[in-house]
Every structure is written in structure tokens, then in C-alpha cells.
Design a binder for this molecule. Structure first.
Ligand code: FAD
Ligand code: NAD
Length: 467
């Protein structure tokens, strides 16, 4: 039987980063993954394949609808959906291979099979042939991630009623894709299929989309995506989805209690994700989960059992790849006796539609709720030379700063390249910059980053230069 300092269960962004950081700190490490490929949800059925399809469909959409405005003509424009899906699989594979290489480079033993607790220091690994082996370890890091939330009244047949996993491997573009849930998955995958010619209807329970983001972002995203042709049925609670042949009928109730039906050929259920602990046999190590199935952890991400840690989607907090990664490094360093720190308020969130939406720190609603006096600087991209040059005029940068001290408390962006721009907000928040600090820093011209500087000028002293 092999002995390890640390065994990591799950090879998503939380697990593989934890394994690498443990190895860098001199520990003998094993990683257990039930699938034959490494990388978890993010690499295989999440961040990476969705962004590959978003990029492919955006190229097509731009050629079809945007190029003409730049004086570029296209004739006989077409797309090969099979090739797009195959390219996405190639992108995923190169990431899988990259992670396998990193495991080898860092001398991490990889075990393929379902990991489960025998005791708190012994892990059994059962492969798909049913063969079992056991390994012993001083510490365990659980990084088993999440799976799509099911609605009890909807049967997901994975053919016509699908989750994000199937939506990433369809063999045809739907004629009418009905999406339950106007969160990140619904909007990203809805954008992919809208650009490729599908009619897309999003049915959302709340009266807004991307509800966790700042209210102004929700409103601007709704306006832009409606303009792009996505249909939204807000304040509609879905109550069922029935398949007949190739047709799916989704039923919902509006806020007045009236019943409505929508018919399409595919229905994507995107109503959130839940922690995944099936098969782990938590009870054999006396591990406790909360009422939502999340493994209980303390401020050090240690579970109720000393020496067993849990990270990523399987514990509380935002279900994001970079949050899982930070927690992976945090636990490795904690085990090594270091004193790491994660500032959860400064983990950015991004929605990769076009334009993108990105946020970090407090929203206006947060500040109102906790009674913080604040001021707002909001600068529209359409006032920027760079945005006019590219034709990406939608959106804004919104900076929220303390009324008393001018410290930046939140940054919210909708617009071209918001996913990359948000890092300036993260750095500003981490270093507790004031809006004036940022407004006095040189921002390259012409770039989209100037909108951040201008928003800070407005927040500080209402003195935008270009508006
Ligand atoms: P996971 O990535 O879920 O990995 C867990 C791994 O554990 C899996 O490989 C699983 O097979 C394995 N496992 C589970 N149980 C066992 C067991 N008993 N034994 C062995 N192995 C086991 N986040 C972003 O930040 N940016 C994005 O752009 C983004 N896009 C997304 C798009 C989609 C469509 C989806 C579904 C998610 C997206 N996410 C995105 C969320 C992101 O994928 C997750 O937050 C992230 O993968 C969580 O990482 P993790 O390491 O906690 O778990
Ligand atoms: P979500 O929580 O973002 O959105 C789900 C939406 O479904 C909510 O707006 C909710 O009100 C709605 N809903 C729930 N029940 C409903 C019903 N019966 N009828 C109508 N609407 C209903 O969840 P998601 O979009 O499934 O994403 C899951 C997770 O994956 C998120 O936590 C997210 O962090 C992660 N993710 C991140 C990214 C990214 O970072 N770009 C991309 C995809 C997924």
C-alpha cells in the first residue's frame, strides 16, 4: 500500500492546483480522479469548452453581422457545426494533456477511479472495471466539485431536455432553444446558439437576469441581449417540461399566477449547481455536510475532521474556477504551516457573453444594505475613441467609492473585454486604492481601460475628461 502526505480527491481547478502547490512545498502527493481525463468540470464540460464555442460562434456572428460595418464583404459565409464541436473537443484535450503533464512534472501520482473514504486516513479507489486499491495518507483534500441542479418536476432525458454538459456536445443547432434560468450558463450558452441561428427564449423566475451582479449590469445586459434577439420571459416560474417526439413544451406561471406554454425543440435546464459528494462515503470518516450538501469547513477550509480539508464548488461560496484555485493553494500552504489569506470579496465574476460583464467587490445593493455612504462614477464606452474605432459601443464602467474616504469598494463593467479589464478593479481593491489614485495613473490611449480612469475621475470629483 502506498503512503502519501496528501491525497487530493478530484482533479478540477481546485484539486489539481492544490496537488501542484502541495508538491511544490515538498509533500508526497496523489490525486484521484474518477474520469480518465483530468481537469474536472471546468476543463471538460465548463469554462474551457463553453469559451471555445463562444469564441467560434462569435467569429461567425462578427463575419455575418459586424464585418460589413468595417467595409469588409463576405460571400458564401457558412459554418460547419460538427467542426466547431470537434475543435472544442481538441481545445479540451490540449488542456487535459497540459494538466497530465503538470502532474508528471510535479511527481504527483495520478489514480483513475472513484475515490471513497475507508477511514479518515485510508482512501479506496475503484476503477470502472470494479477493481479496487487502497492508499494511505496523512491529509486529504476533497475537491469533488458540483453537478447541475435538478428541478424535481422536470425529467432531464439528456436528448431534448438537457443540461450544460449536453449543450456543449449537440449534433445540430436547435431551431428553438428554450433555456430555464437567466444566470451565467443560460446567457453564455444562449449566446452561442443565438449567434448560430437558433431562436432562443430564456425563462427566468426573477424579474432580472444575472441576478447576483450589480443591478445596472443586469439592466444593461438585458437591453443588449434583447437587442441581439434573445427573448426573455422574466418573472416566470417554470413548472414543467414535457417531450413529445422532437418537441419540448415548457410550462411556466407568471407573477399573476397565469399559466403559459412555450414550445421548442430543445430545453436547457440551467438553474444552478449543487455540490457533488456521491460515492465519497463521507460517513466512513465522520464528515459532515450542510442542508445544501456542501461539506462543512472552517476558516482554514478544514472539515469537522482534523486533517481533512475541502475546497471549490463542494464548499460554500461562489462556484468559480479561480475561487477553487485560490482555495487549493490556500489549503496546501496551510498544511505546510504558512499563513495564506483569501479575500473572498475580491474574487471577480465574469459572464462571457458579448459584450462581457464583469464585477468585483460590493454592488450598489450591498452598500445600501450595510448603510455605507458611497459615490458612483459611471462612464459609457461609447464616449471612448477606442470603442468607436472597433464599433463596440455598448456598456460602461461603474466605480463605487466610499463617500468618506474615496476608497474603491466595487467595480462593475459591461462592455468589450470586460473579462480582462476587471483585473484593474481587483488590483485597486486589493491595494485599497482610492478613485483618485486610479484617476491619476496613466492609462494607454486609445484603450478600453480609459473608461476605468474616466469612471474614477467622475467618482472622485465629477470631472470626466471625455464626456
Ligand atoms: P470540478 O471542476 O467540478 O472538479 C471536480 C472533479 O472531481 C471532477 O473531475 C469529478 O469527476 C471529480 N470527482 C468527483 N467525485 C469524485 C470521487 N469520489 N472520486 C474521484 N473523483 C471525483 N467558472 C469560471 O470561473 N469561469 C467560467 O468561465 C466558468 N464557466 C463554466 C461553464 C459551465 C458550462 C459550467 C458548468 C461551469 C462553469 N464554471 C466557470 C464553473 C467552474 O467550472 C467550477 O466552479 C469549477 O470547475 C469548480 O472546480 P472544482 O475543482 O471545485 O470542481
Ligand atoms: P445561476 O445561479 O447563475 O442562475 C440560475 C438562474 O435560474 C437564476 O437566475 C434563478 O433565478 C433561475 N431559476 C431557478 N429556478 C427556476 C425556475 N423554476 N424557473 C425559472 N428560473 C429559475 O446558475 P447557472 O447559470 O446554472 O450556473 C451555475 C454555476 O456555474 C454558477 O454558480 C456559476 O458561478 C458557474 N458558472 C460560471 C460561469 C462563469 O464564471 N462565466 C459560467 C457558467 C457557470
Amino acid at each position: 500500500m502506498s503512503n502519501y502526505n496528501v491525497v487530493v480527491i478530484g482533479s478540477g481547478p481546485g484539486g489539481y492546483v492544490a496537488a501542484i502547490r502541495c508538491a511544490q512545498l515538498g509533500m508526497k502527493v496523489a490525486i484521484v480522479e474518477k474520469y480518465s481525463v483530468l481537469g474536472g468540470t471546468c476543463t471538460n464540460v465548463g469554462c474551457i469548452p463553453s469559451k471555445a464555442l463562444l469564441d467560434s460562434s462569435e467569429h461567425y456572428h462578427n463575419a455575418e453581422s459586424v464585418f460589413a460595418g468595417h467595409g469588409i464583404g463576405t460571400t458564401r459565409l457558412s459554418f460547419d457545426f460538427g467542426k466547431m464541436i470537434a475543435r472544442k473537443a481538441g481545445v479540451v484535450k490540449s488542456n487535459n494533456d497540459g494538466i497530465a503533464y503538470l502532474m508528471k512534472k510535479n511527481k504527483i501520482d495520478v489514480y483513475t477511479g472513484l475515490g471513497s473514504f475507508v477511514t479518515k486516513n485510508k482512501i479506496a479507489i475503484t476503477n470502472d472495471k470494479g477493481e479496487k486499491q487502497e492508499i494511505e495518507t496523512e491529509k486529504v483534500i476533497i475537491a469533488t466539485g458540483s453537478k447541475p441542479t435538478k428541478l424535481p418536476f422536470i425529467a432531464v432525458d439528456k436528448k431534448r431536455v438537457i443540461t450544460s454538459t449536453e449543450a456543449l456536445t449537440l449534433t445540430e443547432v436547435p431551431e428553438h432553444l428554450i433555456i430555464i434560468g437567466g444566470g451565467v450558463i443560460g446567457l453564455e450558452l444562449g449566446s452561442v446558439y443565438k449567434r448560430l441561428g437558433a431562436k432562443v427564449t430564456v425563462v427566468e423566475f426573477l424579474d432580472k437576469i444575472v441576478a447576483t451582479m450589480d443591478e445596472d449590469i443586469s439592466k444593461e445586459m438585458l437591453r443588449i441581449l434583447r437587442k441581439d434577439g434573445i427573448e426573455f420571459m422574466l418573472s416566470h416560474k417554470v413548472t414543467g417540461a414535457v417531450v413529445q417526439g422532437n418537441e419540448v413544451t415548457v410550462s411556466a406561471e407568471n407573477k399573476n399566477g397565469e399559466k403559459v406554454e412555450v414550445k421548442g425543440d430543445y430545453c436547457l435546464v440551467a438553474v444552478g449547481r449543487v455540490p457533488y459528494t456521491d460515492g465519497l462515503a463521507l460517513e466512513n470518516a465522520n464528515l459532515k455536510a450542510d442542508e445544501k450538501g456542501r461539506i462543512n469547513v472552517d476558516q482554514y477550509l478544514e472539515t469537522n475532521v482534523p486533517g481533512i480539508y475541502a475546497i471549490g464548488d463542494v464548499v460554500r461560496g461562489a462556484m468559480l474556477a479561480h475561487k477553487a484555485e485560490e482555495e487549493g493553494a490556500f489549503v496546501a500552504e496551510t498544511i505546510a504551516g504558512q499563513k495564506p489569506h483569501i479575500n473572498y470579496n475580491m474574487i471577480p465574476g465574469v459572464c462571457y457573453t458579448w459584450p462581457e460583464a464583469a464585477s468585483v467587490g460590493a454592488t450598489e445593493a450591498d452598500l445600501k444594505k450595510n448603510g455605507t455612504a458611497y459615490k458612483t462614477g459611471k462612464f459609457p464606452f461609447r464616449a471612448l475613441g477606442r470603442a468607436r474605432a472597433s464599433g463596440d459601443l455598448d456598456g460602461f464602467v461603474k466605480v463605487l467609492a466610499s463617500k468618506e474616504t474615496d476608497e474603491i469598494l466595487g467595480v462593475h463593467i459591461v462592455g468589450a473585454r470586460a473579462a480582462d479589464l476587471i483585473i484593474e478593479g481587483v488590483v485597486a481593491l486589493e491595494y485599497r486604492a482610492s478613485a483618485e489614485d486610479i484617476s491619476r495613473m496613466s492609462h494607454p490611449h486609445p484603450t478600453y481601460t480609459e473608461a476605468f480612469k474616466e469612471a474614477c475621475l467622475i467618482a472622485t470629483d465629477n470631472r470626466a475628461l471625455n464626456m
